[in-house]
Design a protein around this ligand. Structure first.
Ligand code: FES
Ligand code: FES
Length: 166
């Protein structure tokens, strides 16, 4: 009986990076597993698997979420954006370009999650203060860069280069 329950699957439809996706999933499947294992979108990273590090951050209907603890079923009908959907053809998203211009990564493992979280911040608050950036990005951990360049990149993307933020 219980093994039958483990084999249940549910049909869901969602949009991932602008493309409609229809598939059957077990109810316990996380959105991170759906993206990485079922759709081969490896940009969202798995690190803590506990909603602590932010490496798996993606946007669901524009809201930054930790895909490692977000059930795929809960994303039915939603618009999901991952790092693979940020660029417009060969043109990088301004946030991606700002991370490059400001040298805001080293190994790059945290970078997809950082960029999605930063996009969510600017979508909510187009011209955030430096303090606001630091506060918003607290849930995204980087082991390499020391954060200063990440904050600078986000302020750059917000058109705040030159220390205008307070
Ligand atoms: S892997 Fe999801 S928050 Fe760390
Ligand atoms: S660039 Fe290596 S963890 Fe952030």
């Amino acid at each position: 009986m219980s093994s039958n329950r483990q084999n249940w699957s549910i049909p869901i439809e969602l949009t991932v990076n602008g493309r409609g996706v229809t598939l059957d999933i077990p109810p316990q499947l996380t959105l991170l597993d759906l993206l990485r294992d079922r759709l081969s979108l490896k940009g969202a990273k798995r690190s803590c698997d506990l909603q602590v590090c932010g490496a798996c951050t993606i946007l669901v209907d524009g809201m930054a979420v930790s895909a490692c603890t977000y059930l795929a079923y809960e994303a039915r009908g939603a618009e999901v954006l991952t790092i693979e959907g940020m660029a417009d053809g060969n043109d990088l998203h301004p946030m991606q370009q700002a991370f490059i211009d400001n040298g805001a990564f080293q190994c790059g493992f945290c970078t997809p999650g950082m960029i999605l979280a930063a996009k969510s911040l600017l979508d909510e608050t187009p011209r955030p203060s430096e303090e606001k950036v630091k506060e918003y990005m607290e849930g995204n951990i980087c082991r390499c860069t020391g954060y200063r360049k990440i904050v600078e990149a986000i302020l750059d993307a917000a058109g705040k280069t030159g220390g205008a933020a307070g």
